[in-house]
Design a protein around this ligand. Structure first.
Ligand SMILES: NC(=O)c1ccc[n+]([C@@H]2O[C@H](COP(=O)([O-])OP(=O)(O)OC[C@H]3O[C@@H](n4cnc5c(N)ncnc54)[C@H](OP(=O)(O)O)[C@@H]3O)[C@@H](O)[C@H]2O)c1
Length: 243
């Protein structure tokens, strides 16, 4: 392990991200840098004793984050990108074609697909020379085309499927530039966070995970990852999800 090793959580205001940071800060293996949009989220994770950085996820802000990590010769050991939305101002997950709007599709794809890929693109030089980075991007099982037997949730499903495809490209590229790196698209299960709250009514209590349980599972699955030059699409049990 190098002296500059670092765990990095992007979207640290997420319920799952916060619990993971709490776990990692308790574990104390290496410094943790938590990145989020809101000062309130940063204050909450900052209270856990980790480093924090505000970021509005603009190209400029992500470039500044990458430059800072480059300057510090940071060696990213674990990177988790948590950002994702299911609904927002004026839109909900679509149940039928006649509910599709350009506004909703754009917003969901921006946060769920473009943002994680822009993060990876900005951090690529740091990841390239990190020793053995383990990268988890929060996807979702509903992004599986093969597993889609119900339909609906067009934007969310589509944005996660597109994310998976772009992550596959990134894994193939990373195989060439840093064969010790490993990327995973991850399904955390249904987790009790603001994202899932409006949709929890039909979820059996034993199938609704606390953020702490989700963080433990993510940590365990990340620890089992082997650098094989492939994108893994895994769930909270470490089981492969069909594309
Ligand atoms: N909860 C579940 O049941 C479940 C199931 C499957 C997959 N997932 C995935 O797991 C990930 C984390 O979800 P969560 O359940 O922890 O949700 P959450 O607590 O609602 O957190 C939402 C996350 O999305 C980011 N975000 C929201 N709006 C954004 C915007 N306009 N621009 C940029 N970032 C924005 C937040 O970033 P900041 O920290 O910067 O505010 C935060 O990281 C998501 O990708 C989600 O799709 C969750």
């Amino acid at each position: 392990m190098s002296d500059n090793s670092l765990d990095l959580v992007i979207g640290a205001g997420s319920g799952i991200g916060h619990a993971l940071i709490e776990r990692w800060s308790r574990e104390g293996s290496r410094p943790v840098l938590a990145v989020a949009r809101s000062e309130a989220s940063l204050a909450a994770v900052g209270a856990l004793g980790v480093q924090t950085q505000h970021c509005d996820y603009s190209e400029v802000a992500l470039a500044a984050l990458a430059a800072q990590l480059q300057e510090q010769s940071s060696d990213i050991t674990r990177l988790v990108i948590c950002n994702g939305v299911l609904q927002g101002e004026g839109y909900r997950p679509e149940r039928a074609l006649n509910q599709l709007t350009t506004n909703a599709m754009q917003q969901v794809f921006e946060v769920n697909t473009f943002l994680p890929m822009r993060v990876l693109a900005s951090l690529a030089p740091v990841l390239k020379r990190s020793e053995a980075p383990r990268i988890a991007v929060l996807s979702a099982r509903v992004g599986s085309i093969g597993d889609n037997g119900l339909g609906g949730w067009y934007s969310y499903r589509g944005s996660k499927a597109a994310l998976n495809m772009m992550l596959r490209c990134a894994a193939l590229e990373m195989r060439r530039v840093n064969p010790a790196a490993k990327i995973m698209a991850y399904h955390p299960g249904t987790v009790d966070t603001p994202l899932s709250q409006p949709f929890q009514a039909n979820v059996a209590p034993e199938k609704l995970f606390s953020p702490e349980r989700a963080a433990t599972a993510l940590d365990t699955v990340m620890a089992s990852l082997q650098a094989d030059g492939e994108l893994s699409y895994l769930d909270w049990r470490g089981e492969t999800i069909p594309w």
